[in-house]
Ligand binder design. Structure first.
Ligand code: KG4
Ligand code: ZN
Length: 340
């Protein structure tokens, strides 16, 4: 790809700490040479990410994660051309750890520091390697914190066409899973159990929002009221119907996402489509994306799994694009919790 060739001479260290994964990666000679992720198991005990714990764990993990990443890539810090780090959106305490660390590191070796937007990086993960999309490209970004439909145009200009007005798609999976007594994060468990269930066993209200925006809070309430009603009649209802419940909830969320993506294709005329973010691991969503592309004579793209969940490879790669466009940000830039 053009962009990769232009950046192939650069060595970029990427750092990511926006939520509960500490990650460091090295982009070198047009390839990702290391992508180390330190996940924080502690949040499972609480059924969701505890911001205070997340910041503390980042403090413990950041230095070894960066060191291992450099070692795996076979380079020293002095060889790095630039250091890129997530500026936002995310949890403020978590962002501050990576951001401050990366700025200090850049200053210590007198190399450029590059601010990267976490959501843009998830979308740009499509261009890291393999069969990359042609521009313009239409991407559905679905993670635990974000749900957006964006276009990627010349010079990797990203424009948002629609986004959630409340919860994210991953949050909908996780909150529904909590009601079904599944461990956090519930998305992969729902995906697994849904494989044995009937997607049409139960019907939940599909959220109604105009245009290309999304809403998931109504779905959460609809599931809650339905379960409360059924459990009053049969206290073992959830336990006895877990596969059908998972299949029906997953089908509702996936159909809703794909319906909006189809609408975006019709509005823009773009036939190169993709999904990014942690929910892109969902098997029904992946199949539905491929089917949508086939129906519209388009082409579907899904980044490698390790570039879908939170990772620093996408930060290093997006940092390279910003560096080439001379769009660095400055050492006095501050982190942000929500997309600007
Ligand atoms: O992108 P990500 O790793 O972190 C954030 O930036 O949020 O996404 C995590 C989200 C969680 O909500 C998790 O439940 C969801 O991705 N997820 C899935 C699957 N794997 C991860 N949701 C549905 N099906 C999956 N297979
Ligand atoms: Zn993310």
């Amino acid at each position: 790809m053009e962009q990769s060739k232009n950046n192939s001479h650069l060595i970029i260290l990427g750092i990511e700490s926006s939520c509960d994964d500490t990650s460091a990666a090295v982009w070198k000679n047009g390839n990702i040479c290391s992508n180390v992720v330190a996940s924080q198991e502690i949040h499972k005990e609480y059924g969701g990410v505890v911001p205070e714990w997340a910041s503390r764990k980042h403090q413990q993990n950041i230095l070894p994660t960066v060191q291992i990443s450099l070692e795996k890539a076979g380079i020293t810090l002095a060889e790095v051309d630039a250091i890129a780090c997530t500026q936002g959106p995310g949890l403020m305490g978590s962002l501050l750890v990576g951001h401050s660390f990366a700025k200090g590191l850049a200053m210590s070796v007198n190399k450029p520091y590059v601010n990267v937007d976490h959501i843009d990086a998830h979308v740009l993960a499509h261009f890291i390697d393999g069969d990359t999309p042609k521009l313009p490209f239409l991407c559905l970004l679905v993670s635990g914190g974000h749900t957006q439909i964006v276009t990627v145009d010349t010079d990797y200009q990203i424009d948002v066409l629609g986004k959630t007005i409340d919860d994210a798609a991953g949050e909908a999976f996780d909150k529904a899973g909590k009601m079904l007594n599944l461990p956090y994060p519930a998305g992969p468990h729902i995906d697994r159990l849904a494989k044995q269930g009937n997607p049409n066993a139960f019907t939940f209200n599909t959220p109604k929002v105009d245009g290309l925006n999304f809403s998931f809070s109504g779905l959460k309430t609809s599931i809650l009221y339905f379960l409360q009603k059924e459990v009053r009649k049969d206290k073992d209802f959830v336990q006895n119907n877990s596969s059908d419940l998972c299949a029906s909830i997953q089908h509702t969320i996936v159909s809703y996402l794909i319906c909006k993506l189809e609408k975006a294709m019709d509005q823009t005329g773009i036939l190169e489509i993709g999904i990014a973010g942690g929910v892109a691991a969902n098997s029904e969503l992946r199949t539905a994306l491929l089917n949508l592309a086939a129906t519209k004579s388009g082409k579907a793209y899904i980044p490698k799994f390790e570039y879908c969940t939170d990772n620093a490879a996408m930060i290093a790669y997006a940092g390279g694009i910003k560096l080439k466009n001379e769009n660095y940000g400055t050492l006095t830039d501050v982190c942000y919790t929500r997309k600007k």
